[in-house]
Design a protein around this ligand. Structure first.
Ligand code: ADP
Ligand code: MG
Length: 599
């Protein structure tokens, strides 16, 4: 519903674009730094290869001068033949050296580029995964996906392969120009008349492309988001027969990219044609004037031939540069987006900030917390929640759906470091510790990873968990039986997001995971809501043993679950409207009515 939403990350004023590109060029180079030695070697190889390339016309011209000399006597002819043979031998040596250096250059540049992209992807991923949850609420996964895969790929190409091409072209052009000047400065100046015209065209073309690339990438990211969403929710799509709708949504985004691409194609066509005309015309002018000079004896036929070959090589290099300009502009856009993400500071404490276990932990206090989700900042979801969880106590939250119970659990679990404007009164932990590792949540919709059941249960426990421990946890969570019935038992893969398991099975895996993790603070958000009555009865023991000795926040709509709670709080409309002991509330006759609507 926000087609331009992904521009948020890349929304710079056009004027800023060039500046930002310059800044990020330095940063792209910084990525190459660890391979600086190889890059220097590659550059030397490149210079040698370029020189050898431009030397060929010189020797070509030499042969022409030999064969167009006086060759009347057999003696003269023999000498000429020998001279030609020698020249060919020299050319052969130059070609061998040039080829070896070309191979070295290509190999070094490409292997460096592979390392650069790997480095960039790793650091971007590690940066993104440490962002606070609120960031993911407002950023589409598809967008992050395209930053990580496409943009890094574009940067990779620009940072190395295209850089090597550019260096080759520049050095060839410079060396070629030097040879041209030394052959005939008059002809060279004439040939260079077209350069300002070409460079103006290239500049105009470049700024056009930069703008277009910006839009194209945004559209591509939007398309990627739709792919992510529709395949991720394929069952829902299928059951509501919305394939055609999803298709049209995707096609719409692809068409945006297509139209931009078509526009680009048109301009690229015009530009290439214009460049071609300018180049050919300048060559023709040079040939006419050069022929004049040769006829008048100011230069030899061989020198004219060499000159024409030089100018062709130089022209070829310059037009190569102009197409690399396209790549550079694209890469500028990509690196701007990637570096913007890399520059984003997370409000989440780094895992190094985790505090060691203390005696006091396990107490959570919410003190007049006001909260709005970052994606909907004007809509206060919690309006002054004060709640105290004594260590080892059990607090139950009940109340109507949409009242804010899950939000309270989420806040305690992972939102606890927030932008100040969102959280008017900070959550207070007695030890002021942000004990990320201490809190475990079994949520309404448990999420499993696309790995084995075994790994899913052991998720969050670092290190040595034996398979018997995993099995024990599964037994307690009443999951052992159904897992054992799978042909691959605990090695069975759960599928993406646990798609190969039923809702109840997923919840039992999640309970086993929480049991194994042994957290100090446990958040149960309708943890058994997807279980049928019998399974729920069976896991009740597991739930009870899971809850003993911990600080528990349990969200439930079944009477049995919160009967044992020390405190029951009724959450409605983002506020705690009633709270007290279970009996106390029952006698007021408040809870029962609320419990029935909380389903
Ligand atoms: P409960 O668990 O009591 O049913 P929730 O805490 O899930 O209620 O939701 C409370 C309110 O917060 C609802 O109005 C819901 O629309 C809103 N809400 C929940 N999650 C988000 C989110 N990620 N972004 C924006 N609003 C949300
Ligand atoms: Mg909920």
């Amino acid at each position: 519903n926000d087609p331009e939403g992904n521009d948020r990350l890349s929304d710079l004023e056009h004027g800023d674009a060039v500046q930002a590109a310059n800044v990020s060029f330095g940063r792209v180079l910084a990525l190459v730094k660890p391979d600086a030695g190889k890059m220097i070697l590659a550059t030397i190889a490149l210079l040698i290869a370029a020189t050898s390339g431009i030397l060929i016309p010189k020797y070509g011209g030499k042969i022409i001068d030999i064969v167009s000399g006086d060759l009347d006597t057999p003696q003269e002819q023999n000498e000429a033949l020998n001279a030609v043979n020698n020249t060919i031998l020299e050319i052969f040596v130059i070609v061998v050296v040039g080829s070896v250096c070309t191979a070295l250059r290509a190999w070094l540049f490409s292997s460096t580029s592979e390392r650069v992209v790997a480095r960039l992807r790793k650091s971007l991923f590690s940066h993104l995964i440490n962002q606070e949850i609120a960031f993911f609420d407002v950023t589409r996964t598809g967008e992050l996906l395209s930053r990580l895969s496409e943009d890094t790929q574009i940067i990779k190409n620009a940072a190395t392969a295209s850089l090597s091409e550019a260096l080759r072209n520049v050095s060839t052009a410079v060396i070629g120009l030097f040879f041209m000047f030394s052959t005939s400065w008059k002809l060279t100046l004439l040939a260079l008349v077209v350069v300002p015209v070409i460079s103006m065209a290239v500049r105009k073309f470049g700024s056009f492309l930069r703008e277009l690339s910006h839009k194209t990438q945004a559209a591509a990211a939007a398309a990627a988001s739709i792919v992510e969403e529709s395949f991720g929710a394929i069952r829902t799509v299928r059951s509501f027969a919305q394939e055609a709708y999803e298709e049209s949504r995707y096609c719409e985004k692809v068409d945006v990219t297509l139209n931009l691409g078509l526009k680009q194609a048109k301009v690229v066509g015009l530009f290439s044609g214009g460049m071609n005309a300018a180049e050919t015309l300048s060559v023709i002018v040079v040939v006419i004037y050069g022929a004049n000079l040769t006829i008048k004896g100011y230069m030899t036929a061989g020198a004219l031939t060499s000159f024409l070959l030089y100018s062709l090589t130089v022209g070829y290099s310059i037009s190569g540069l102009s197409s690399l300009y396209t790549v550079a502009m694209k890469a500028a856009g990509s690196s701007r987006r990637v570096f913007q993400l890399l520059d984003r500071t997370s409000t989440m404490p780094k895992s190094g900030d985790k505090c060691p276990l203390g005696d006091q932990v396990g107490e959570v206090e919410l003190n007049d917390v006001w909260f709005a989700y970052p994606s909907r900042p004007s809509d206060m979801v919690l309006k002054g929640i004060s709640l105290k969880l004594q260590p080892g106590s059990k607090v139950a939250l009940v109340g109507p759906s949409g009242g804010g119970k899950t939000t309270i659990a989420n806040l305690i679990e992972s939102y606890f470091v927030l932008e100040v404007r969102l959280l008017l009164n900070f959550l207070k932990y007695k030890q002021t510790s942000l004990l990320l590792v201490q809190i475990s949540i079994v949520s309404q919709e448990p999420v499993l990873f696309n790995c084995s059941i075994e790994e899913n249960i052991a998720y969050g426990c670092d290190g040595n968990i034996s398979s018997s421990e995993i099995e024990n946890a599964a037994k307690m969570a009443n999951a052992h039986e159904f897992v054992s019935n799978f042909p691959d038992k605990y090695k069975t893969h759960a599928g993406e997001r646990g798609i190969r398991l039923s809702g109840g099975q997923k919840q039992r895996i999640a309970i086993a995971r929480a049991l194994l993790m042994n957290p100090r603070i446990l958040l149960l958000d309708e943890a058994t809501s997807a279980l049928d009555a019998e399974s729920e009865y069976l896991v009740q023991d597991a739930m009870d043993s899971l809850m003993t000795g911990r600080t528990v926040l349990v969200i439930a709509h079944r009477l049995s679950t919160f009967q044992s709670a020390d405190t029951v709080a009724v959450v409605s409309g983002g506020q705690i409207v009633e709270s007290g002991g279970h009996e106390e509330l029952l006698s007021k006759n408040g809870v029962c009515s609320l419990v029935s609507i909380s389903k």
